[in-house]
Design a protein around this ligand. Structure first.
Ligand code: HEC
Length: 407
């Protein structure tokens, strides 16, 4: 019963998290595009930055943006914030239910750093807070006045943080931690800067004063940061289901590449929406970045396993089977003997030759070319054993070869 309960808690939270994120990203992309498409026209009243005409769902919309605020406060004002808050709350809930509850398998790798569950959770929460504090200080420092320099320093800060995190948590925990860290920065931007600044502007206006334009400017800067960080965060969340992205030797370099790819793709759309010359080169950079990331992901597992292109040692199926039985079998069996695992994870059974062969591609992905499995390397598989799995699975993972490899 408890098993079913957690399955549904997991699914419901994930459902909410994805829907909230879609709503948040959707409104964020919409407003970036709207802002870029505003045009000044002669008939517009003073204090208006521009207008845009849009057609959607059978109606025409005339959007007008006031630079600081309209002369008179409208009676009802729609605030955009709950999309962001719900995304963070549901995401943090998932982090607790999956990564903190299951820290020994998903967050901790004793060979990376010997941590107790409490220490790992404390570090994870502390790093989320520290990430925001450093970023916020950077924005408020004199550097904050130069968008390009701030972006450069922010990039170096995030990549350094990622490199550091891979030396604290398991590879999977580290990359998810970075996704959560950037996501937290983005939501904190909304919660601690954008919305409070807007509230101050509204309050001043209601009191008959003129709001300080720097409030809106700072909010716009944070909103732009969020825009450029959106695609990398989505990559990190989805990439958490692709071991080659997170459990390979250069995972932190892949992270850096993804930051650049995500940013240039947003740059393409932001420039295009502004009606400026379209930077087609952005797609060349993005494609080169993805190819580079793919190449990096084939250079061996995070714990020193062989590169995909390494000359495979001659191995027999029996050798591969022995590794799988010794390092995987206790969890991936009908009645797992590992504490806390009540059923074969994801239905993957690896305790007999037929099933091992059927899962050759999965084994290659999870345990030969990456170190995603065993989780946190709890069964102490060695790089040499990964090399055996890599050599065997190189041919067995090819369906045309599979029958030839049957023992
Ligand atoms: C300590 C228990 C444990 C051991 C040992 C273990 N696994 Fe797993 N395995 C898991 C868990 C837990 C999951 C589910 C992870 C998740 O939720 O993403 C899993 C998932 C998988 C999956 C499915 C992944 C997916 O996304 O569909 C494969 C394939 C796999 N393991 C292969 C292996 C191989 C190969 C080994 C040995 C080298 C191994 N596992 C050792 C616990 C274990």
């Amino acid at each position: 019963m408890e098993f079913i309960f957690w399955e549904w808690v997991n699914l419901a939270a994930r459902w909410l998290h994805i829907v909230a994120a879609v709503a948040w990203i959707g409104s964020s992309f919409y407003f970036m595009a709207l802002d870029a498409s505003l045009r000044q026209r002669p008939h517009l009243p003073q204090g208006v930055q521009g207008e845009a005409w849009q057609v959607h769902g059978g109606g025409f919309y005339n959007m007008v943006k006031y630079l600081v605020a309209p002369g008179q406060m409208p009676a009802d004002l729609t605030w955009f914030k709950w999309e962001a808050y719900t995304t963070w709350l549901s995401g943090f809930f998932l982090l607790v239910v999956l990564y903190y509850r299951g820290a020994d398998l998903l967050l901790i790798d004793q060979s990376v750093m010997a941590l107790s569950q409490g220490q790992a959770i404390g570090l994870s929460v502390g790093l989320l807070a520290a990430g925001w504090i450093v970023y916020d200080l950077l924005c408020r420092s004199p550097l904050g006045r130069h968008n390009g320099a701030l972006a450069g320093v922010g990039f170096v800060f995030l990549v350094a943080a990622c490199w550091g995190t891979t030396h604290v948590f398991s590879p999977r925990g580290a990359m998810l931690q970075m996704g959560a860290l950037i996501g937290t920065m983005m939501v904190a931007n909304v919660f601690l800067l954008i919305i409070p600044n807007q509230r101050k502007a509204v309050a001043t206006l209601l009191a008959g004063g003129t709001p300080d334009p720097s409030l809106g400017k700072a909010a716009k800067q944070r909103s732009m940061h969020n825009n450029y960080l959106t695609l990398p965060v989505v990559f990190l969340m989805a990439g958490n289901h692709y071991p080659l992205t997170y459990a390979t030797r250069y995972n932190w370099v892949i992270f850096a590449v993804v930051l650049v790819v995500g940013a240039v793709i947003r740059h393409f759309f932001n420039t295009k929406h502004a009606g400026k010359p379209v930077p087609w080169w952005a797609w060349g950079v993005a494609a080169a970045g993805v190819l580079l990331a793919a190449w990096l992901s084939a250079q061996g597992s995070a714990d020193g396993g062989p590169a995909a292109s390494a000359t495979p040692p001659a191995v027999t199926f029996a050798q591969a089977q022995e590794v799988v039985m010794n390092r995987c079998g206790m969890c991936h069996t009908a009645a797992p003997v590992w504490d806390g695992i009540n059923a074969p994870p994801h239905g993957v059974i690896l305790d007999n030759p037929g099933d091992i062969l059927r899962h050759a591609a999965d084994i290659r992905r999870q345990a030969a070319l990456s170190s995603a499995m065993p989780p946190g390397n709890v069964t102490l598989i060695t790089p040499a054993e990964r090399a055996i799995l890599a050599a065997w699975s190189a041919s067995a993972a090819d369906p045309h070869m599979a029958s030839a490899t049957l023992p």
